[in-house]
Design a protein around this ligand. Structure first.
Ligand SMILES: [Zn+2]
Length: 242
């Protein structure tokens, strides 16, 4: 059964924060949406909880060298998308935990930027229909992003030392979950396919088959575009805060 075509999502947050586990997650995620919003005047910043130092096949490789390389790749990708800043939290790749220190780091960034929207991956979608199992770090990053957004960022007594030091509580109005189990929102990505692919290709250390990746990403964008009757789209589950 084909699903009905819905209207493209028209909202654009003035300031938004993308929170992910690894370098390249944001590019596989909402890169076209971020680029589109930034082109239209939004300010976007990116948080990478880890620097991806376990993202390789060589047990003898240096994690320090890989994390340095991947931070450079992420900076290059972020420049292509147009992010104003990338925050590396230097949490351990493969061992990310949604714990209080991580949430405090996120709350500090949320209260500083004061975003209207936070974008992260759906932490509840564990077994994807295509056979993918949501990486433990993606689960932790997504859940930490949710928990930092609500309640911690808007609660003066959560990490009270932050508010006492002048970082006032901030309510994030919207949460956009990408790689969602039940997407309900599609942003038109027409014209942003090349930029998303270019940003992904900046992660050269992770690209074993760039041509296949290029084709897969464009195919996915086109597939989501069907839902809103456009050439390309990115899908989200949108939670509007009351
Ligand atoms: Zn990842």
């Amino acid at each position: 059964m084909t699903e009905a075509v819905v209207a493209p999502h028209g909202d654009r947050p003035e300031r938004f924060l993308v929170i992910v586990a690894h370098p390249d997650d944001a590019e596989f995620g909402p890169a076209a949406t971020a680029a589109r919003w930034i082109d239209a005047g939004s300010v976007g910043e990116l948080v990478c909880c880890t620097s991806g130092e376990a993202g390789g096949d060589d047990a003898f490789a240096s994690p320090e060298e890989l994390s340095a390389r991947r931070e450079e790749e992420q900076q290059a990708a972020a420049a292509i998308v147009g992010y104003r800043a990338v925050h590396f939290l230097h949490q351990p790749d493969g061992a990310l935990e949604n714990d209080l220190p991580l949430r405090e780091q996120l709350v500090r960034i949320i209260r500083t930027l004061q975003p209207d929207a936070v974008l992260t991956n759906d932490p509840t979608y564990l077994f994807h229909s295509d056979g993918y199992i949501l990486h433990t770090d993606h689960r932790a990053a997504g859940m930490a992003a949710v928990d930092a957004t609500y309640p911690a960022a808007q609660n003066a007594m959560a990490f009270a030392h932050l508010a006492r030091a002048g970082l006032a509580p901030h309510k994030v109005e919207a949460l956009y979950l990408f790689w969602a189990a039940d997407p309900d929102t599609w942003v038109d990505a027409t014209g942003y396919e090349d930029r998303k692919v270019a940003a992904l290709l900046a992660h050269a250390s992770q690209m074993r088959e760039p041509a296949a990746m290029d084709e897969r990403v464009r195919g996915r964008l086109a597939q989501e575009g069907v839902r809103i009757g456009t050439r390309a789209a990115e899908a989200f589950r949108l939670i509007r805060r009351r």
